[in-house]
Design a protein around this ligand. Structure first.
Ligand code: FDA
Length: 319
């Protein structure tokens, strides 16, 4: 019930404009968001790199409806890539296609994405296209296909285990050698397209992890790059210890080296688990979001774990 409320709020304009302006809400968001500026974000990544954790930087923003905003998001991403290269960060970039115009015009989004992917290729930095709600998947796959046709191959996709279609999409992606991140999924989806029970989402996650791990073994997937800018072919993104244990166990069973399986977790969530997985010898990457558009991201994190509401509210009442 609370989950659906937060998922609804994440897309509500009135709630966004009421909450985003409150200084106290902004302070509470800092548990999950590295800051509003690029400088704060790069400092957070440097701190992670010092303890041998790689990062993926995500400049927050989504569902833009004006061409100028989409173009500004592209410019911000180009500035981010420059800063990452100058500071030699152990990180790659994650971005959302609706931030660079997917909801406005497919061609606009394609042009913006091409420019970003070309700049990333020059700096040898990988780009991950985050997966948004199910209505955007076909266009996301088309944009990705367009990039590959232009020879831009260091761009990965994300597949969500709560959707019926994801196993099929994942199989096609790994057969084509596309780097994949497997997640449970964070959006409110109709029952016609998504599993309803947590046990079904979890079982599908494990099945999809097996498919991706087998593909990594069969296609001789490379290891994560030493400088943190490129992931191995398969990334398992979850804080769920049972899902992580399943992936670890299956990788061992099929003889996949640890360096070929990357675990990914979100900034501010289960920091001790991030360090424990790294200490076991796996590449670990932390998703570091930053920017002024933190509202929808924060609501999705509250939806995943409504208990975070008490943490959030305690910031309102703390003096
Ligand atoms: P689950 O929600 O079952 O949580 C398992 C345990 O993890 C909880 O019991 C709790 O201990 C802890 N936990 C989980 N969420 C927490 C929170 N918000 N606060 C505190 N503790 C929490 N989704 C998507 O649709 N498209 C995408 O592109 C991505 N990208 C992405 C990248 C990375 C690196 C991660 C880690 C996640 C995503 N996601 C995503 C989000 C993903 O779909 C999912 O919503 C969250 O990871 C939560 O699911 P878990 O697998 O962690 O399990």
């Amino acid at each position: 019930m609370l989950r659906s409320v937060f998922q609804y709020l994440s897309r509500s304009d009135w709630a966004r404009s009421s909450l985003s302006g409150w200084g106290l809400a902004r302070r509470a968001s800092r548990r999950f968001v590295a800051g509003e500026t690029l400088e704060e974000a790069t400092q957070a990544v440097q701190a992670l790199n010092r303890i041998n954790l790689a990062a993926t930087l995500a400049h927050l923003g989504e569902e833009v409806t004006m061409e100028a905003e989409a173009n500004q998001a592209r410019q911000d991403c180009l500035a981010l890539l420059n800063a990452m290269d100058e500071l030699q960060l152990g990180a790659y970039v994650s971005l959302k296609l609706t931030q660079i115009g997917l909801a406005i015009d497919f061609e606009l989004c394609m042009e913006n994405m091409l420019e970003i992917a070309r700049a990333a290729a020059v700096n040898d930095i990988f780009i991950r296209i985050d997966m948004e709600d199910s209505s955007t998947i076909d266009q996301t796959l088309s944009i990705h296909y367009g990039l590959r046709r232009q020879g831009l191959r260091d761009v990965g996709l994300v597949f969500q285990s709560y959707l019926f279609r994801s196993e099929h999409d994942l199989r096609s992606a790994v057969e084509a050698g596309i780097p994949v991140r497997i997640v449970k999924g964070a959006y409110q989806e109709p029952h016609s397209v998504a599993f309803r029970k947590k046990s079904e989402v979890d079982a599908n996650f494990d099945r999809m992890a097996e498919i991706a791990l087998e593909a990594a073994r069969d296609h001789g997937s490379g290891s994560a790059s030493k400088n943190g800018r490129k992931p191995p072919q398969t990334a398992i993104a979850s804080h769920d210890e049972a899902r992580i244990a399943h992936a670890e166990g299956y990788a061992q069973e099929i003889g996949l080296p640890k360096s070929a399986l990357e675990f990914q977790l979100l900034y501010g969530i289960r920091a001790e688990l991030q360090r424990a997985l790294r200490a076991k010898g796996y590449p670990v990457r932390v998703y570091v979001p930053y920017g002024a558009q933190w509202y929808s991201y924060l609501m999705r994190r509250l939806a995943e774990r409504p208990a975070n509401l008490w943490f959030f509210l305690s910031n309102f009442f703390r003096r």
